[in-house]
Write a protein that binds this ligand. Sequence first.
Ligand code: ZN
Length: 279
Amino acid sequence: MTGLIDTHTHLQFGEFDKDREAVLERAWQAGLEAMVVLGVDAASSEAAIALAEANPRLYPTAGWHANVAVGLDQEGWRRLRELTQHPRVVAVGEIGLDFYRNLSPREDQVRVLEEQLALAAERRLPVAVHCRDAHDRMYPILKRWATKARPLFGEGRLLGVMHYFSGDLELARRYVDMGFLISVHTCVTYPTSGRLREVVTGLDMGCLVLETDSPYGAPQSQRGRRNEPSYVAEAATRVAELRGLTAEAVAQRTGENAIRLFGLRTAQAGAGSGGGRAW
Ligand SMILES: [Zn+2]
């Protein structure tokens, strides 16, 4: 496979400290072209940027996760605003709502989400959204934001991605209509992933990107172990089976979608297949 992009990894996390170089090497061997490294607070966003500065095929984001929303103080917010101005940062994320784990009070989660959506609009950066058991609250927030953000971003620009998408096909279509892509996680390889399979087969291929969310959520073949970016190839293979396509075609198409969403300047984008951000 060539052109594969893991659109959501936490490669900067401690789980990779012992063998990060080997993990990267396996990813390039598996045909990855690039990966997007997601921050979850100021320190992890800084660490993602540091990794990306050392490796041009890594693209960092800056964001503050719902689970730690309660900890976003003035100093954190100042650092975060500054980090989103770094020239390599491709998105504001990982932001969102997690009403399953409820590690921060829900009202703090909503406030921190809305503040970061406003920041993303100000910076004209797409958002990477985490949403667990909270779509009823999430949908109207994003809908309102998308209506305001669309004229700022310009016609035809994608506004963000629903990472580790857990809703049904109908909800996926509503997010797509709003200007979002839907991210298919390596858990599409699980026998129990019926609802996600319907999303994969029901949407146009232009709406899908792939991710691992590594180190979490390993694919079926590695279950219980650490996940890593190279396993995004297993998601591509499964999507290919479900869609009746070659894995190569899925890797290329989802890779192009990721390039368009994040404005990545990869070799593939340079070859004219993807385009890039206008700024
Ligand atoms: Zn994540």
